[in-house]
Design a binder for this molecule. Structure first.
Ligand SMILES: Nc1ncnc2c1ncn2[C@@H]1O[C@H](COP(=O)(O)OP(=O)(O)OP(=O)(O)O)[C@@H](O)[C@H]1O
Ligand SMILES: [Mg+2]
Length: 141
């Protein structure tokens, strides 16, 4: 497992982090996002996707899954409103996860740890203050 920790101070630093991180992501990658309400999970996905020419990133809390088409195909999921694994199957979760080219971002991924692929990147965002966050990146092979 490869780990990295970073303090992000303000949205400009978030943009810088997202730009660097977006360049490292490969087709098929799965990114599990973990952090409390308002930690900045959606904000991070938005800044990463900006680098793929994707302008419209919204919280998928209600839609459950958003699909974006830019320089990369991106699936943006949110487990927050999901009640059980059966519901996940019904929304086609495994079809999304098994897509070999799409980059997947899943907010609240820690709600269903059993369904996460073994090979994944986990990003944990910790709220420090209004503009400041601590980000932990763990790569699992
Ligand atoms: N350094 C930072 N990193 C990320 N977000 C930040 C930072 N500083 C301020 N913010 C702000 O914090 C808010 C985070 O909201 P966001 O919707 O991304 O949270 P979330 O983790 O997706 O919450 P939810 O669990 O409701 O989906 C945004 O308004 C964003 O602009
Ligand atoms: Mg969100």
């Amino acid at each position: 497992m490869q780990s990295e920790t970073k303090i992000i101070n303000g949205l400009n630093e978030l943009k810088t982090f997202a730009k660097e991180f977006s360049g490292k992501l490969q087709a098929g990658d799965f990114v599990a996002l973990i952090g409390e309400l308002g930690a900045g999970k959606t904000a991070l996905v938005k800044e990463i996707c900006f680098n793929y020419g994707i302008g419209e990133v919204n919280s998928p809390s209600f839609a459950i899954v958003n699909e974006y088409y830019g320089e990369r195909l991106v699936y943006h999921l949110d487990f927050y409103r999901i009640k059980n694994e059966e519901e996940l199957v019904n929304i086609g979760y495994y079809e999304y996860v098994n897509n070999p080219v799409a980059i997947k971002f899943v907010e609240w991924a820690d709600m269903f740890p059993d369904v996460l692929p073994a090979k994944r990147i986990e990003i944990k965002i910790e709220y420090i203050d209004e503009a400041k966050r601590k980000i932990f990146v763990n790569r699992y092979e």
